[in-house]
Design a binder for this molecule. Structure first.
Ligand code: GDP
Length: 466
């Protein structure tokens, strides 16, 4: 397919959602200002039939991708691209002579949770790939498993795992230095072009055609390499899948509570998540009969699992079988909690659709891993708060494709071609950001912009093919 077609198809899908966010939210605002029961009832009817319109449109756009004749191409291209980068990763990580190999050393023990530490490792991998240095992951005494990474996941190299070398220095170091220690992304100075949201320039044309959010695909590929399970880990996961009666269709729901709420994220009621689950199933029911509405529910708060089973008896609620015995907070950084979070993320990633909060790294990891199971899963989620981001990323810019004149307080002017640094989507048709031309901060209709895909000149690993 030509790239314009793929971009348009995806744009119509996301802007159908944006259109509905706008209409729904505006009508609900009007409802709050009136008390005429007849008008209120009218608005309810518009909201109800409007939602049906939206579902029908989204269903048709999905269907279009099934009948346009390109679905086989998408699957093949997705496989080919994945094989290509996995081959490069393997090459990078297995130098012929480790005693002279250039290395980048990364310590897994960043003082944060599992998702955050995985993202730290992914960032290290991006720098290793960008600087063509074999990544050495230091993980002895890991807070989640004292024995280290390699007892849970396959070693990231078969030939080169020691951090020793002729010369050692901390970043920034001379390019001749054999071993460079990498600090966490927030302390990296000078910064590098290889950080998110940049994707490798040589892959960009293929990736932007195939995938709605190339950086998420790129992160997903690195996670695919890093998270190759040891046999024992794979068995444990398979065991859980068998025990739980995991079946499709299934919606993954992640509810992050405990220490996150009030400090890094707002509280969201279970009902808010379930509205999105209900929407997913209503739309799916246009395509197929759904006998059982199933969710996989993951949370750091066991109470919410009980709440879901009580409040939603019409749903089959699947969750971690050990959860009720786990005092989530106290065991968080230990061996016992490691398998819980590993298969929670795995199950969430396997879902048909994901409902969660992108403020949580657990939710973002699940979304990233999910990309490994579909040619393009970039629209298979609903985040109740943030848009997708990568901790420590360079500015996320959008490009205006339609002009806008402010109509209400808070809105700002945009001209076609303006670059906007996006801060967030309010899920009411508007996003907030800064116009880099006028330096104004304000709201603008989300459908009037598109993502600016960032690229960087990563090495192309051409020697693999000669
Ligand atoms: P964030 O704080 O949500 O952004 O993500 P982090 O991964 O940095 O830290 C949260 C930690 O809480 C995780 O690593 C887990 O240890 C725990 N946690 C959060 N949500 C879940 C969940 O759904 N299941 C399990 N088993 N643990 C969770």
């Amino acid at each position: 397919p030509n790239i314009e077609y793929e971009l348009l198809r995806r744009r119509i899908y996301s802007n159908t959602n944006e259109f509905w966010y706008y209409v729904r939210s505006s009508l609900k605002d009007i409802q709050k200002k009136i008390d005429n029961p007849e008008i209120l009832e009218n608005i309810e009817q518009v909201l109800s039939l409007g939602a049906e319109h939206k579902r029908s449109l989204l269903h048709d756009i999905n269907h279009l991708a099934e009948v346009d004749g390109y679905e086989e191409w998408r699957k093949k291209e997705s496989n080919d691209l994945s094989n290509l980068v996995q081959k490069r990763f393997k090459f990078l990580q297995n130098p012929q002579d480790c005693t002279i190999a250039k290395k980048l050393v990364c310590s897994l023990n960043k003082g944060c949770g599992y998702g955050c530490q995985l993202h730290h490792a992914v960032y290290c991998f991006m720098v290793a790939y960008g600087t063509k240095r074999t990544l050495i992951l230091k993980s002895k005494g890991w807070r989640y498993h004292k024995g280290g990474w390699e007892e849970i996941f396959k070693p990231i190299s078969d030939t080169c795992t020691t951090p020793e070398g002729e010369s050692v220095a901390t970043w920034p170091a001379h390019s001749e230095t054999q071993v460079i220690n990498l600090p966490i992304i927030d302390s990296l100075s000078p910064r590098l072009p290889f950080l998110p949201l940049a994707i490798p320039e040589d892959l960009a044309p293929r990736l932007t055609r195939l995938h709605g959010d190339p950086i998420v695909w790129w992160v997903g590929q690195i996670l695919k390499y890093l998270l190759r399970p040891q046999e024992k880990t794979a068995d444990l996961i398979q065991d859980v899948i068998n025990k739980l009666g995991y079946k499709r269709p299934i919606v993954g729901v992640h509810i992050r509570r405990t220490d996150k709420v009030g400090t890094e994220a707002a509280f969201h009621k279970l009902e808010e998540y379930m509205i999105e689950v209900d929407e997913f199933y209503k739309q799916l029911e246009l395509k197929q009969k759904v006998d059982v509405r199933r969710i996989y529910l993951a949370s750091d708060d066991p109470k919410v699992l009980q709440e879901a089973k009580t409040k939603y008896p019409e749903y089959e609620v699947i969750c971690d079988p050990k959860i009720s015995k786990t005092a989530a907070v106290s065991t968080r950084y230990s061996d016992t909690s490691l398998f819980g979070i590993i298969y929670d993320i795995h199950m969430l990633a396997l879902s048909d659709f994901l409902v969660c909060t992108f403020s949580s790294q657990v939710c973002r990891i699940a979304y990233e891993v999910m990309q490994n199971y579909y040619p393009d899963a970039s629209s298979r989620y609903k985040s109740l708060d943030d848009i997708y981001y990568y901790g420590g990323q360079n500015p996320h810019n959008m490009v205006a494709v339609l002009p806008h004149e402010p109509k209400k307080i808070g809105e700002m002017q945009i001209k076609v071609g303006d670059l906007l640094g996006v801060a967030g989507n309010h899920w009411n048709g508007f996003s907030k950001g800064r116009n880099l031309r006028t330096n104004q901060n304000g709201l603008y209709p989300t459908f009037k912009v598109k993502d600016k895909i960032e690229t960087a000149k990563f090495p192309t690993y051409s020697e693999i093919y000669v």
